[in-house]
Design a protein. Structure first.
Length: 418
């Protein structure tokens, strides 16, 4: 009896001690961010892509970052700006998404360049003189300027200013995010000519030797090729851009990413669990990975659960899929930048895949006939691939690139008789 009492007392003591330690332990969540671009300590370096961007800039190229949504292109653009170690280049990032007027686009470019002038070779002595000449009375921390004149032609000011840069001086590189959104906004407001003017001026600056000290890195989360066709632009307007393909993680990068963001976190992942997540997510980009990791972390924290299994991953997956607000933006963006007839065609393809898991070229063509798109239907398929909606399987059939998007489209369109 005494032995029984002692054993149970010790067991109670150990359980109580373990509970006390758990309660006193500070929960450490993974170092992830969902939504905004990952910067600073949240940025996971894509060294191969960074090096490719630098290599092409040094060669003298202007760049187009061709990437689906949510892969991290904005993050890498911001990183190479803040961590620029090359004294021959001055890099400036700007998201131009909210611009709705042609003149405001040139104004944004001008205001990006002006703060750089004081540090450029050959401009240190004449910077103040230039400001006085054009009537700039104040430059804010953000680069916004105040002018004495009520009317100011920013396009002509750029044409006059950029050729004055020293041939042996630094090159200004403007990393412009969401240019396709600007072009779409102009088109939507009936300003196709203005949209084409922007494309034409950008191309002229890239090809005119007098503008060789200005360089552009363009990116956007909707298909720039589609937008150019939409505004009746010419493929030649962007054919001179060197394309940087921003791919999802490979298996090794995925493992490294998980290890990095969960280093020191309360919930850790074995190789077996990492491999299981790969099979569930399929499309290995930080956004989708973070959704799962975040959901697991929240669930475990609420239950004081310190280890996970495949069941926990399954439950997190199901919960994320049911949170439609995480994925509705993918559909909204298609409906906003496409005319209704185009959206109806594309949406029917995506609904078909969500209910049937796949779609063949013949089935796509049949739908193209229904929507009178037989002359351009593969252009839409190409754009859906480029923007991270679908991918082509080895057997030639198309599937959703992410099970998250597949389930969202199916839940959003529960009845389909196609």
């Amino acid at each position: 009896m005494l032995i029984y009492f002692a054993v149970n007392t010790l067991r109670f003591f150990n359980v109580s001690l373990k509970t006390k330690l758990v309660m006193e332990t500070t929960w450490v969540s993974p170092k992830i961010i969902i939504g905004p671009a990952a910067t600073g300590e949240y940025y996971f370096r894509r060294i191969g892509i960074e090096e490719e961007i630098w290599s092409e800039l040094i060669k003298g190229n202007n760049l187009l970052i061709a990437a689906p949504r949510r892969v991290g292109k904005t993050s890498v653009m911001k990183y190479i700006c803040t961590e620029n170690k090359n004294p021959d280049f001055k890099l400036i990032f700007n998201n131009v998404q909210g611009i709705n007027e042609e003149v405001d686009f040139y104004k944004a470019i001008y205001e990006l360049i002006i703060p750089c002038l004081e540090g450029l070779k050959g401009w240190r002595s004449k910077f103040n003189e230039y400001l006085k000449k054009v009537g700039i009375t104040e430059i804010s921390i953000s680069g916004a300027i105040k002018l004495t004149a009520k009317e100011f032609d920013y396009l002509e000011a750029l044409k006059d200013l950029i050729p004055q840069f020293e041939a042996d001086g630094e090159t200004i590189v403007l990393l412009i995010d969401e240019l396709p959104e600007v072009l779409r906004n102009l088109h939507k407001n009936g300003k196709e000519k203005d949209a084409n003017n922007i494309l034409g001026n950008l191309r002229h600056w890239r090809q005119d030797p007098k503008f060789e000290k200005i360089r552009f890195v363009l990116a956007g989360s909707i298909g720039i090729h589609y937008i150019i066709n939409l505004i009746n632009g010419r493929p030649a307007d962007i054919n001179d851009l060197k394309t940087i393909h921003y791919s999802p993680f490979n298996d090794k990068e995925f493992d490294s990413y998980i290890d990095t963001v969960t280093a020191g976190a309360t919930i850790s992942y074995s190789q077996e669990l990492k491999d299981y997540i790969k099979t569930k997510i399929n499309y290995l980009v930080p956004y989708f990975i973070n959704l799962i990791i975040d959901e697991i972390d929240k669930a475990c924290k609420s239950k004081n659960q310190y280890e996970i299994s495949e069941t926990d991953i399954d439950e997190a997956m199901e919960k994320v899929i049911k949170q439609n607000h995480q994925f509705s933006d993918w559909k909204i963006r298609l409906s906003h930048y496409m005319p209704k007839t185009d959206f109806d065609f594309v949406n029917e393809i995506l609904i078909h895949i969500s209910h049937n898991d796949e779609i063949s070229i013949q089935e796509i063509y049949d739908k193209a006939q229904k929507h009178t798109k037989t002359d351009v239907y593969m252009d839409f398929i190409y754009d859906l691939e480029q923007d991270g909606y679908i991918t082509k399987r080895d057997d030639g059939k198309y599937i959703f690139i992410s099970p998250f998007l597949k389930e969202f489209w199916k839940n959003n369109n529960p009845i389909y008789n196609g």
